[in-house]
Design a binder for this molecule. Sequence first.
Ligand code: CUA
Length: 430
Amino acid sequence: MRLISLLSTLARRGYVILALGGLTLLTGCKKLDFWTMNGHQSTIVVNGPVARSQLGVFLVTCWVTFFIFILVGSVLAYVTLKFRARNESDEHAEPPDQGHGNPLIELSLIGASVLALVIIAVPTLKAIDYTYDVAVEDKANAYEVNASGYQWWFKFEYPSEQITGAGPLVTANELVIPAGRPVRINLRGTDVIHSFWVPKLAGKVDMIPNRGNFLWLKADVPGYYWGQCAEYCGDSHAVMRFRVIALGPKEFNDWLNKQLEPARTVAPATEQPKAHFASYKTEWKRNEAGWSEKFELNPLDAWRAHQEPDVKNENVALILQGRETFKAKTCINCHTVRGHDGSGVNGPNLTHVASRTTIAGGLLENNPEQLARWIRHPEEVKPGNKMFNGVNHMDGYLKFKNGPRDPDVRNITLTESDVTALVAYLSSLK
Ligand code: CUA
């Protein structure tokens, strides 16, 4: 009787737990299609051989443990039912003689455990070997890039040997790679340990200061993939993101050639239009950024559409003013716009920043509203960032002098017209 009441209590609680768990899954993961297990950062629906190999190991482990669960669960259910107390005297009876030390059972259990571990170990070792480095026969075809982790963004570098340009090509937060080719990524850390992870392609491997590390990946087809820092690295670790964009051979070369060009300079119109300051209204509370629908429907096409400047709607006078502001407000100390001004390396290289679909370390969509929000209140978007807090013992440029939330007494004040001009300038850097 006691058993039955216990079981029914458990059953009642079980329904509640299941219902709550189900609700959490359904409401919590908007971006995850529950039934197909697909989403931006799904490790179940993958697009490259390295991630597929990692998924294989995961599934082998799942099946082995599932088999053990069914086996042990069935034996438990069987003995629970067979030896249950059937009446009052059964309940108060002395337990039967306890037997242990049967060599046959002991040895078989040890043998079964070893077998289970071997079944898991063989594919695991094969996967470790496969995912460690590009296969020897594929080495000649491998493309090489350097990735460095900073608090809290990623720098990507195309070494001189890979490109026809004179120096290495430096970009940030969006790694563009050739699809269908193995890509070997040298991982470096500059401040603390970060970890490089593109769930649909490969990962995670640590980026460690003063220690070379690498991984390789391959994208089966052209695509737009979400990446994430996977090692706790300070205040804004959770929002340290990036993207990997895989392109076909021709499109990749076109992109590379365009990136190698110095920053785009707008031709001053013969008749200067009067600069007007549209104010970018933004909700700058730190909440979900809100992404355009196009990034859900076809992110790669959205990325492609982002590569060309919107010449017709540009305000040349405002752009030129923004370039002056970029110097005057000392943005050049931390950022480089190759061909224009600045040689700073503390922050991302902004030479072609407008051709990226994201800003603020892959966190915000790169559009005028979000750019204005980021420049105005970086601390609201990414707590602890260096644009706000400073770097190398320098005071933060936008840091408030008298406590938080006193925008009028910053070290460097950006007026609304400064912000508007900066946004216009940065948006012109395709
Ligand atoms: Cu970088 Cu976490």
